[in-house]
Design a protein around this ligand. Sequence first.
Ligand code: ADP
Ligand code: MG
Length: 741
Amino acid sequence: MSDTADPTSAGSLTLGTPIQYAPGVGARRAQLFAKLGVRTIADLIKHIPHRYEYHAGQTPILDLPIGQIATARGVVVNCRWAGGMGGGRGRGGGGRFTAQIRDDHGFLDLVWFNARYMRDKVHPGMTMIVTGKVALYNDQRQMANPKFVLMDEDDEAAADTDNVDPKQATLAPGDGGDGGDGGGGGGDKWSDERYRPIYPATEALPTGAIERIIEDLLPTALPQIDDHFDDAYRAERDLPTLADAYRMLHQPADEDEVKRARRRLAYDELLLLQLGFAMKRKHVQTELSAPPLRWSDAIDEHIRERFPFKLTKDQDTVVRELAADLQKPIPMNRLLQGDVGSGKTVVALYAMLMAVSSNTQAALMAPTELLAEQHFLSISRMLDGSTVRIALLTGSLSKPERTALLYKIERGEVDIVIGTQALISETVQFNDLAVVVVDEQHRFGVVQRAVIKSKAGDETRVPHTLVMTATPIPRTLSLTIFGDLDVSTIRHLPPGRQPIATRVVAPDKEEEVYGYIAERVRAGEQAYVVLPAIDESESGLKAVRSHAAELEKTWFAGLNVATVHGQLKRITRERIMQRFRDAKLDVLVATTVIEVGVDVPNASIMVVEHAERFGLAQLHQLRGRVGRGERKSLCVFIADPTTDDAAARMKAIARTTDGFKIAEADLEIRGMGELLGTRQSGLPPLKVADLTKHMELLALANRDAHTMIDADPKLTDASHDLLRKRLVKQYGEALGLADVA
Ligand code: ADP
Ligand code: MG
């Protein structure tokens, strides 16, 4: 490229240069860029369009061909929102947003239906490029639901006021009389046919401005982008160079270029992630060890004697898989997935008791205190009369209690510790921890990062880990969330379960619902009523306290009603749960603290108020609280869905009780991206890779990562320098690679 000898300031910019010094940016815009996460020139190059709009050449409004698709450009002269019936709420409620733009020659009417959001976007004085089918309506040219891009000439003028003749700034805005090209200079740039990048932008820093800045920068920046792959590596996988990929993303000649470029970046993203996992796994397998546990027929029999039932075939299979892993000195890293109520707890207990048989310790981590308490109770019951020492460690312990317990754990005077996340805090020191079970884990990142030390003073000894989840995870997803975790599955529920009848009803059916339930409860059944909040807020949603009070006064008069939520003290909550378990309470009005794990077989009825507010997985979990006993259970979701997604959720939950199918539906509704979000994985989100499209690419990246790590476990070879640097930057912290690499 010719710019290498360019003596202008642009020529001295490097990828690390703060964005402020890029041409056309300056201090004010640098602040706006910071809001988009863009701080350096490199960040800006990585700020890639989230979509493109195809623009045919623009046509003067008066020449727009009726009945054909065309593109016009003009200044908005007026706009109006006309709300639909019933305030425009709900589907099909209507409402329409109309606007009119003008160019040198005429006016064009625009209309968007069901487009309430347009109200905040489009205002008089803005310049728009619209593409759509041209119609003649009331003698006026009109486009219905056109695609559009908002231009920003005003903004460009405003940005220059810092250092330029103020007269110029007063010229550009509002000079609609002289036509749409008033922004100075940039006018005909858009008149060719082309794909226009649309960038993530803000109101103050619109996509058009970003586009122009990037366009100016590319000739300087692209030649500076080093590739971490050599030509042969790329050729084998049909990948363009990084520099080419960025050029094609910012200035694609056609759709194909966008695809090729995205494929390259997606590959890089997936490869880095798989490399991180592979490196970590290699490290665990080769440099760390876990206590090998003993196993024999006698031990097996001894453990099974503790269970009040015979294990199902699925449970048996999983137990065998676990036993095989646990006997090895290689740390186990296994995911156990099984639907709500499938009986994961005993399987975990089996593993923990193997640890106890080998005179080592085990820990069980639950996501909530309530669940930890319940595990403690039910496991204590199963171990009643044995010599196994078991303790509950939660945040509710008093300081002296906690100190005393920690001391016992450290001395090995406790065999099984049950607790919340607090268990993996630094202060808990085990004597010899062999097995860690993480129950109902939604935030997998925590486990990912923490390589828990097994023995004080021995940095290389770690426990075996079993992670349990009721949300089945598609293979692709587990590859990206966990890396190569081994997976065990319990597919079938224990025998004797009664199917749960599910009903989704509108709020105005409340009378019938509670009337019917009161009848069944009076005949001896127990019920949960779940609400999204503890106290009524300004949102006007029903809440635990007030709703419980109302129920007691009306339908449930004379029944024993109690409330459970996160604000209660542990001891109070435990007492209430125990009374419910003992059937001394008829109805439990609760928040989602009862969402996971709560196991009261006699409870056979559940009502969820404002069900549209809950996620699909959450609804499934909640419903899983019933259907655990001999009775035929009923679950009623009272819902007023106002979005398509909410309606889809209600439909899905009513259609099936199979957790695997629910998980699939959830994926469909929310998309992979959501499930892959930071919340779930604790990892930086994938920006380009889309697992619904890049499945093969993931397999390729996974294979390549393994080949690479097998040959060069820490990527210390000089040829991997750049790759390694980028890996550590991206995932070093999230995957805890610091002690690995
Ligand atoms: P989850 O997989 O949701 O954690 P749990 O471990 O809480 O399920 O088990 C749900 C219920 O099923 C419990 O009441 C448990 O005692 C019971 N259960 C588990 N395994 C069996 C079995 N093999 N036969 C009969 N009941 C079982
Ligand atoms: Mg459970």
